[in-house]
Design a binder for this molecule. Structure first.
Ligand code: PBG
Length: 324
C-alpha cells in the first residue's frame, strides 16, 4: 500500500523545497527573440495582430538589439520586409538588403549578441510563396540556388548562424556547401526541420507581409496530422549537415519536440509562433488569463518537453520577469 507511506505532497510543502526538486529551469539564455527588419529610417511600426511587436528600420533594430542583449537574451533571429518584391526574390540575397544591413549594424554595435537570420523567400517574392513558381507549381530544385545565395549573403554580412525555414528538400545540404566553399565553414545551420503547414502562422504573415497570393503552403510544409514523418525530416536535415534542428509550431506540437529530443542528440529548438503568442495577448486583454503566469508556464513546458532553445516573441517580457 503506497499510501500513507508515500505522500508526494511532502515535497510540495513550501517554495524552497519545491525549488530544490524542480526538474526544469528556464533562463533567459534559452531564448531567441525574433525581430522584423524593414526599409526606411526611424520606422517603428506596430504589428496590430501581434501586440508588442514592431516592424523596425535598421537604426531602431540596433537599439532593440542592445536592449535584448542587456536582458541576458543571447540571440535574435531576423526577418526582412523588403521595399520591392519580385518573382526571383531579388532582395533576399542583395548585399544592400535590409537584413544584410541590419546584421552589419548590429554586429558593429552589439558584437556579443548572436545574430541568426531566417533564410526564406516568401517575404521577398511577389507571390508570397517560399519557392520559385512555374506554371502554378512551387519548384524545389530551382529554389535551392536562391536559398543558397541568400544564406551566403547573410554570412557575408556577418550573420553568426543561418536558419532555413522554406521546407524545400535538400536545402540544408546546398547551404552547407555554399558556406563551406566560401570560407564560412564555422557558421552553423539551424534548420526548421519539422515545420508544419500551420494556421498558427496567421499573425506572422501580417507582420512579414508574406501571405501567399494563391493557394497555401501544404505542398512543402508538413501535414499537422503527421508524427513519424517529423523524425524522417529531422534525420534528413542532420544528414545534410544541420547543427540545430527546430520544431515549429511549438504549443500544439509538444509530442514532436519530445520525439525529436528522444531520438537525436543535436540541440532542439522550438518555435513558439505568432498565433500562439497572439492568443495569449488576446485572452489577457480580455482579462481571462494571467498573462505573465501563462507565458512562463508555456515557456517552461517547451523546455520540459525537450526544447533546448525557444524562439519566442515573449522573450523580452519573459527575460524581464526572470531578472526581477
Ligand atoms: C517563413 C516563415 C514563417 C514563419 C517563420 N518563417 C511563415 C510561414 O511559413 O508562413 C512563421 C513564424 C510565426 O508564425 O511566428 N517561411
Amino acid at each position: 500500500m503506497p499510501f500513507p507511506i508515500h505522500r508526494p505532497r511532502r515535497l510540495r510543502s513550501n517554495s524552497i523545497l519545491r525549488r530544490m526538486v524542480r526538474e526544469t529551469m528556464l533562463s533567459p539564455s534559452d531564448l531567441i527573440y525574433p525581430l522584423f527588419v524593414t526599409f526606411g529610417k526611424g520606422v517603428r511600426k506596430k504589428i496590430s495582430s501581434m501586440p508588442g511587436c514592431f516592424q523596425m528600420s535598421v537604426d531602431n533594430i540596433v537599439k532593440e538589439a542592445q536592449k535584448v542583449y542587456s536582458l541576458g537574451i543571447p540571440a535574435i533571429i531576423l526577418f526582412g520586409i523588403p521595399e520591392h518584391k519580385d518573382a526571383k526574390a531579388s532582395e533576399a540575397y542583395s548585399p544592400q538588403g535590409d537584413v544584410q544591413k541590419a546584421v552589419k549594424a548590429i554586429k558593429n554595435k552589439v558584437p556579443e549578441l548572436m545574430v541568426i537570420t531566417d533564410v526564406c523567400l516568401c517575404e521577398y517574392t511577389d507571390h508570397g510563396h517560399c519557392g520559385v513558381i512555374r506554371k502554378g507549381k512551387i519548384l524545389n530544385d530551382p529554389t535551392l540556388e536562391l536559398l543558397a545565395k541568400e544564406a551566403l549573403s547573410h554570412a557575408k554580412a556577418g550573420a553568426d548562424m543561418v536558419a532555413p525555414s522554406d521546407m524545400m528538400d535538400g536545402r540544408v545540404a546546398v547551404i552547407r556547401d555554399i558556406l563551406d566553399s566560401n570560407g564560412y565553414d564555422d557558421i552553423p545551420v539551424m534548420s526548421y526541420a519539422a515545420k508544419y503547414a500551420s494556421a498558427f502562422y496567421g499573425p506572422f504573415r501580417e507582420a512579414a507581409e508574406s501571405t501567399p497570393s494563391f493557394g497555401d503552403r501544404k505542398s512543402y510544409q508538413m501535414d499537422p496530422a503527421n508524427r513519424r514523418e517529423a523524425l524522417k525530416e529531422v534525420a534528413l536535415d542532420i544528414e545534410e549537415g544541420a547543427d540545430i534542428v527546430m520544431v515549429k509550431p511549438a504549443m500544439s506540437y509538444m509530442d514532436i519536440i519530445s520525439d525529436v529530443k528522444e531520438n537525436f542528440d543535436l540541440p532542439v529548438a522550438a518555435y513558439n509562433v505568432s498565433g500562439e503568442y497572439s492568443m495569449i495577448k488576446a485572452a489577457a486583454k480580455m482579462g481571462w488569463i494571467d498573462e505573465t503566469k501563462v507565458m512562463m508556464e508555456l515557456l517552461t513546458s517547451f523546455k520540459r518537453a525537450g526544447a533546448d532553445l525557444i524562439l519566442t516573441y515573449h522573450a523580452v517580457e519573459a527575460a524581464k520577469e526572470m531578472n526581477r
